[in-house]
Design a protein. Structure first.
Length: 129
DNA sequence: AGTATGACCAACG
DNA sequence: CCGTTGGCCATAC
């Protein structure tokens, strides 16, 4: 039997990483946001923030409903173009009560949600400029 | 099989 | 504040 694909995963099983990423994203509360890096840490891959972005880019419909709650570590809507324009993503967030400090930068100090993670030192939100 | 790129992050100068 | 470098690793060419 084989042998699994070079990815080390059999078809149908799907990557646990991706599944876990989606599980975390689904738990982001309305009116809150979290970051790629924090999701990566929450699933045990602290240095694979890029893979989180990759997973979201391939996100199924059920994730697309809450994907706008994921921003980069600075609160910027780096994935905004996936909605056609960052303004669309911003509108979705404002609709949930999220406020902004810049045109496409959310107020992390007020709306940051931290996923349950194993155990890590608390990270403070970056200073406003 | 190697290179380039990416919804990222962090350290450094 | 900006640019560069390194790390991550899947995808496209």
């Amino acid at each position: 039997m084989g042998e699994q694909s070079e990815s080390g995963l059999t078809p149908g099983e799907e990557s646990r990483f991706v599944e876990q990423v989606f599980a975390v994203v689904r738990r982001i509360p309305r009116g809150k946001v979290t970051t790629y890096g924090r999701i990566a840490r929450a699933v045990g891959a602290p240095r694979s923030a890029r893979m989180v972005g990759w997973a979201l880019h391939n996100s199924p419909p059920d994730i697309s409903d809450v994907a706008h709650r994921v921003v980069n570590r600075n609160g910027e809507l780096t994935g905004g173009w996936s909605w056609g324009h960052p303004a669309v993503m911003r509108a979705l967030l404002e609709e949930e009560g999220v406020t902004f400090v810049e045109e496409f930068q959310v107020d992390l100090a007020r709306h940051l949600w931290e996923p349950d993670r194993p155990v890590q030192l608390p990270l403070q939100p970056p200073p406003t400029k």
